[in-house]
Design a protein around this ligand. Structure first.
Ligand SMILES: [Zn+2]
Length: 345
């Protein structure tokens, strides 16, 4: 998969390669699923690509490019925090060379970064979700990130620069990625084989999240799941107090086991209410829910509530999303939200 949108970032990479002036550490920031890891891999590919003309790098077809794409290039490592552990772990886990025990992966990087590349020209350490880097791990990495050997580059990704340890962030050059424009994303999906109508629906729903759109194009269940979330909202809006509380209860139970599905549900609800507002404002081209059944429900709601109510519903959902992540009582927060949403016949 190549980066969609973000011509600016790509143009920057082209110029940096041409001039040969690259920093030794970059922090790639941008919203979830916008393509940060993809762009980090793109940089790693460009630095190791065998295409003779620099302007063609990365060509995505040479041996090195393909190994990096598949995540098996010996000189390119994707590093992430292991779940529930205050350390970062390596993927792939097996390091080339003689077997050796490392206390943790910071120690591995410190040692490994001193060794010359095995196959390519540049060793790249891609640290995803750098905001999760524990302080002790970050501090121990500092020296290596600051003054790595000339053949090493660090590529960190994070949603916000401000969430990364300041000592780490200040040693990285930031590359900010923006959500892909809807039309560009739709075009890319069609080019990769998605039917045009579905491509437009997904590009609209994605809200610039390229990774999400690409997954949803491959797996129809993801798209159908969004329809289900939207239907649950419509049912709740016309439902009794008891029905609303039952929906809230189901969500809060799910929150403890699958928080991401609850977040996604609330994101769908929020975009649904934004669509109601867009209909009220006559901004039809910006609506993201394009299925006919959904459009009917959205227009129906737009006629029954006023703009302030629609705006408040979207804001309440957004606030609940934020509250859930700060460890409030999830049951109470969701009960309140469901009871507060306006009624629609
Ligand atoms: Zn290549």
């Amino acid at each position: 998969m190549t980066l969609i949108g973000n011509d600016e970032a790509r143009a920057w990479l082209g110029r940096a390669l041409q001039s040969g002036r690259l920093a030794h550490a970059y922090l790639i920031t941008g919203p979830r699923s916008v393509g940060k890891r993809t762009f980090a891999l793109e940089i790693a590919q460009a630095l190791n690509c065998q295409a003779p003309d620099v302007a063609d790098r990365p060509d995505h077809t040479c041996h090195d490019c393909r190994l990096i794409q598949r995540g098996v290039h010996p000189d390119v490592r994707v590093v992430r925090r292991a779940p529930e552990r205050r350390l970062i772990s390596m993927r792939p886990s097996a390091a080339p060379g003689p077997a050796r025990e490392y206390a943790d992966n910071v120690q591995f990087i410190q040692a490994d970064a001193q060794l010359r590349p095995v196959m390519g020209r540049v060793k790249a350490y891609i640290i995803v979700n750098a905001e999760e880097l524990a302080e002790d791990a970050g501090n121990r990495l500092l020296k290596t990130i600051e003054e790595p050997p000339p053949f090493v580059v660090f590529l960190l990704t994070a949603v916000e620069r401000g969430a990364v340890l300041p000592t780490i962030a200040s040693r990285c050059q930031e590359i900010r990625l923006r959500p892909a424009p809807r039309a560009e994303l739709a075009k890319a999906l069609v080019a990769s084989g998605t039917a045009p109508e579905r491509a437009h629906q997904l590009a609209a729903l994605a809200g610039g999240r390229v990774g999400w759109a690409v997954s949803a194009a491959r797996d129809t269940a993801i798209f159908e799941q969004q329809q289900i979330y939207a239907r649950q909202l419509v049912e709740a809006l016309s439902g009794s107090r008891l029905e609303r509380l039952l929906r809230a209860r189901a969500l809060s139970e799910r929150w403890t086991v699958q928080p991401e599905t609850v977040r996604e549900t609330l994101r769908v609800w929020m975009s649904w209410w934004r669509d109601v507002l867009l209909v009220q404002l006559g901004l039809f081209s910006r609506i993201v829910h394009l299925e006919e059944a959904e459009q009917t429900a959205i227009r129906n709601t737009a006629e029954q509530v006023d703009r302030a109510t629609a705006r408040k519903a979207a804001a309440d959902i957004q606030q609940t999303l934020a509250d859930l992540d700060t460890n409030v009582n999830s049951r109470l927060a969701l009960d309140l939200l469901l009871l507060r949403l306006p009624g629609v016949r």
